[in-house]
Design a protein around this ligand. Structure first.
Ligand code: ADP
Ligand code: MG
Length: 491
């Protein structure tokens, strides 16, 4: 995006203010108020539905306890206060993907409130306050087919449990917003509450953006950018929106409060509708559901069993010397993090080597940052990976062999022990290697002469010959030593 000179001057006088509403689908087996499966499969529309999801007359909601547990877990991980009594409310609006005509959500008494998330912002550590986390059911999905006079609706998503995490307007740049989202996603993954897949929509956000003159304490008028489905797009959408608002104000116009859509092809936001107000939804407590009352002991038990959170995990890995780049990659991917932890169990001193092997060999094939690696499907046992690094670091195998064995483990899915047997151990017995070395030296007197006259580069030729004769199994350092000895004693 090119910024005209008059604008970049204007921009310097404004401070961007961003607040986020993040929707995260909870990893339950069934939906929030019915036993229909909570399953994502766009190839099988309307397969995971019940009478409830379709809003048929007479259906009644039954709260999924697992969903409540995951919401509470998220609240605790985000330093929230948990309400022991919260209220389910109806939010009414008309849309084909909402057959009941209302969504069950939480309004003025949400299950979690007053939390915060500490992030590493561009200008240093920053506390982003979390206003509230409420539970609600997802809507279905409208499918608009290009050129077709009608649209389709898939109700598989209708009734999937969501938490909406609402931040205070504490963020000050697009980059910090992305950092917040990444940390938030890593936490939700670590506590196994959400799989965080932005492309599939299980983790999505609306960004509220406004600007104000630097030094001003009153908030400016905000625009809300809807459902942007990748970190890159979030960044682009916010950057664009800041510029657009600065341009308006620089021209003497005003920002109109509205809902805008991000067009990822044109990298711009455009007006979608004027912003609705809470009273438009006619919220009222759902008469089919009593207040959600949580037992304090139950909440304490969830608190006591919270898994390690990403910040603690990162600190633990850093203490083992794992390079920052690897720390950040692993912590964002739950499967990878578990795999790495399993591999370093009892092998802490090889943590760096293991990290490098995973990053260098395992992730080479990975297509994008967003895509999680299904390490379970790889068929590599973490202890085998550790063993492979140990073999290399104690010089029992060469780095070429390490790579070869790694590839074989990936392709055959065989245990390392079996492969090592097939492969034959590295030959590091001097009595086996000496005759071969002598033969190679005797057969090449002219190369010996070159070496003796100081041309050390021909050393590689000898090592190569011995490796060839042993099908690569000789230990290179030993071969070198034996060659030096043989040459020193040759006439
Ligand atoms: P609504 O549903 O009307 O969007 P919410 O209270 O659910 O209202 O969400 C408001 C979100 O917008 C919060 O994340 C809040 O931090 C953010 N926000 C509110 N005012 C501003 C503003 N002036 N500039 C930027 N963000 C704002
Ligand atoms: Mg909103």
């Amino acid at each position: 995006m090119r910024v005209p000179a008059f604008l970049s001057e204007a921009l310097e006088q404004f401070e961007p203010v961003i607040g986020l509403e993040v929707h995260a689908q909870l990893k339950t087996r069934s939906k929030l108020f019915s036993t229909a499966a909570n399953q994502y499969d766009p190839g099988q529309p309307n397969q995971f539905i019940s009478a409830y999801c379709l809003g048929l007359p007479g259906v009644l909601p039954v709260v999924n306890a697992k969903a409540v547990e995951l919401a509470v877990r998220a609240g605790l991980a985000l330093n929230c206060q948990i309400r022991t009594t919260s209220i389910w409310s109806r939010k009414q609006y008309f849309y084909p993907d909402l057959p009941k005509g209302y969504q069950i959500s939480q309004y003025d008494e949400p299950v979690c409130e007053h939390g915060h998330l500490d992030i590493e912002a561009t200008k240093g550590p920053k506390k982003v306050r979390i206003l509230r986390i409420h539970m609600e059911e997802d809507a279905g999905k409208s499918i608009h087919v290009d050129g077709s006079p009608y649209s389709l609706v898939d109700y598989n998503r209708a009734g999937v449990p969501l938490i909406e995490i609402v931040s205070e307007p504490d963020l000050r740049s697009a980059a910090d917003t992305v950092e917040y989202l990444k940390q938030l996603r890593a936490i939700l993954r670590a506590i196994d509450a959400c799989d965080g897949n932005m492309e599939e929509g299980s983790f999505r956000c609306d960004a509220n953006v406004s600007i104000r003159p630097i030094g001003e304490t009153k908030l400016g008028t905000r625009c809300e950018i809807k459902n942007v489905n990748s970190f890159r797009f979030v960044e682009q959408a916010i950057e664009y929106e800041i510029l657009r608002q600065a341009q308006l104000i620089a021209k003497g116009d005003v920002v109109v409060q509205e809902t805008r859509l991000f067009d990822s092809a044109r990298k711009e936001t455009r007006s979608m509708r004027s912003k609705e107000e809470a009273h438009d939804y006619r919220y009222f407590p759902d008469p089919d559901l009593p207040p959600l009352v949580l037992d304090e002991a139950w909440v304490d038990d969830i608190r006591a069993h919270l898994p390690e959170l990403p910040e603690a995990t990162k600190a633990r890995w850093r203490a083992l010397g794992v390079p920052e780049e690897h720390v950040l990659t692993f912590v964002e991917d739950q499967g990878l993090a578990r795999f790495f932890d399993a591999a370093i169990r009892g092998h802490a001193k090889h943590a760096v080597g293991i990290a490098q092997l995973i990053k260098g060999e395992l992730l080479r094939e990975r297509k994008s940052d967003v895509q999680a690696v299904d390490v379970d499907a790889l068929g590599i046992r973490p202890e085998d990976l550790a063993e492979l690094v140990e073999l290399r670091e104690s010089d029992k195998i060469s780095s070429t062999q390490q790579k070869k064995l790694f590839t074989a483990m990936l392709q055959k899915g065989a245990p390392l022990a079996t492969l090592l047997e097939e492969e034959g151990q590295q030959v590091d017995d001097p009595s086996l290697l000496k005759p071969i070395v002598d033969r190679v030296v005797e057969a090449n007197p002219e190369v010996v002469a070159k070496l003796k006259s100081g041309n050390l580069s021909v050393m590689g030729f000898f090592v190569g010959q011995v490796m060839k004769a042993t099908q690569g199994k000789a230990k290179p350092a030993l071969v070198r030593r034996l060659i030096e000895e043989a040459i020193a004693s040759s006439p």
